[in-house]
Design a protein around this ligand. Structure first.
Ligand SMILES: Nc1ncnc2c1ncn2[C@@H]1O[C@H](COP(=O)(O)OP(=O)(O)O)[C@@H](O)[C@H]1O
Ligand SMILES: [Mg+2]
Length: 364
């Protein structure tokens, strides 16, 4: 995967930006607040249509404007295509591929990306929802069918939860029977896909860990089901029925993959409990690189890697291991940093970001 050009109009702090990127590593330098992350965010939006920083499109539109445009020209399997997003202050975003109207479902998986930002360092210790979105983002890019089922699952879950709240006051439970059947079907699919992906990531991570950890630790990943013994559709349906009175009391659904979690391991022990801060960082780096390899296996091409301010967060050993890996595998990368002190010489093309503008020098 290579990115050729980015065009931004009224996106975040950019009024109008046209930027040519290179294969290999692209380095964006600039002070805090200059607009570096905004560029990664735009690329990620072109990939998965939603931002990893906000759920609200209007946050992305330059203040005092009503719409924003992101256009990204990328090359995949040697063919150049363009994804265009038009964001509106009010109303849904519009999505185009090569000027043809398209949808999130159709484009996710075209321009694949893996983002690694300082917030990801919370992946091991933070809330389970972070780990679920990590795995969902990854599988969705490999399989549009998964994304579709996940979206349906979430929609039925939301509808079921609001029905539960109504039923607390009484009323017919016929609709609940229908929701339960739908939910059980999507739940079984989502859980099965996640378990399969986690199994593969676990294998990849164990191999990668050896390259990036100084002590040759073995990092892994396990899927943790919440309150169920198996993941068949029939079983989920049975559980939903069993939990029904409790669910109505609480107004929420107490069983399903929306409650599952991932467990990071080090030498087969739970990392959250036993790992040092440094080991947790290595594990996250390892997991991100495993995601890169996973998507390469799925798509035959490396995804675009977006590294936001992470070089300064890694110690020298891990930083060098990462840089060596990117170079050896020739993974197109866009990375940001506040200065070049952590950037090895000859790493790639340097861009300077400031005042809503970007300029580029020759390679360091
Ligand atoms: N919707 C918006 N309209 C205009 N400017 C914005 C908007 N959202 C964020 N900004 C500006 O973007 C800058 C932050 O950009 P960011 O890419 O996060 O910086 P950094 O270089 O530190 O990564 C801030 O100056 C902020 O004021
Ligand atoms: Mg930033």
């Amino acid at each position: 995967m290579n990115i050729k050009k980015i065009y931004l109009t009224n996106f975040r702090n950019y009024s109008s930006l046209e930027l040519k990127l290179n294969n290999g590593v692209n380095i964006f330098l600039g002070e805090n607040g200059a607009g570096k992350t905004n560029i990664l965010e735009a690329l990620s939006l072109a990939s998965v249509t939603v931002s990893y920083r906000t759920r609200t499109d209007s946050d992305l539109i330059k203040w005092e404007n009503d719409s924003a445009e992101i256009r990204v020209e990328y090359e995949r399997y040697g063919v150049t295509s363009e994804i265009k997003l038009i964001l509106h202050k009010r109303g849904r975003k519009e999505i185009f591929v090569n000027s043809n109207k398209s949808s999130a479902k159709e484009i996710v998986g075209n321009l694949t990306t893996v983002v690694f930002s300082p917030e990801d360092l919370m992946l091991v210790k933070g809330a389970p929802s972070l780990r679920r979105s990590f795995i969902d983002r990854e599988i969705s890019q490999a399989s549009p069918f998964y994304m579709d089922n996940l979206m349906r699952y979430n929609k039925v879950l939301k509808e079921r939860n609001s029905l539960l709240k109504q039923l607390k006051e009484g009323g017919s439970r016929e609709l609940l029977d229908i929701y339960d059947m739908q939910l059980a079907r999507y739940a079984a699919f989502v859980a099965a896909k996640r378990i399969e992906a986690v199994g593969r990531l676990d294998k990849i991570a164990k191999a990668i860990g050896v390259e990036i950890s100084s002590n040759k630790e073995s990092f892994g990943l396990q899927y943790s089901l919440s309150g169920v013994e198996n993941i068949s559709e029939e079983y989920y349906l049975k559980k939903l029925k069993e939990m029904r009175e409790r669910d109505i009391m609480r107004g929420s659904t107490g069983v399903g993959p929306h409650l599952d979690d991932l467990i990071f391991t080090i030498n087969e022990n739970e990392l959250k409990k036993y790992g040092s801060q440094g080991q947790q960082r290595t594990a996250v780096l390892g997991m991100k690189l495993s995601e890169v390899i996973f998507l390469k296996e799925e798509k035959d091409e490396y995804p675009l890697l977006l590294l936001d301010d992470v070089l300064s967060e890694l110690d020298e050993y891990r930083r060098n291991a990462l840089v060596k890996y990117l170079k050896n595998e020739n993974i197109t990368t866009v990375l940001t940093a506040t200065d070049d002190s952590y950037i090895p010489k000859d790493m790639g093309r340097i861009y300077t970001v400031g005042n809503g503008e970007v300029s580029s020098k020759e390679t360091l």
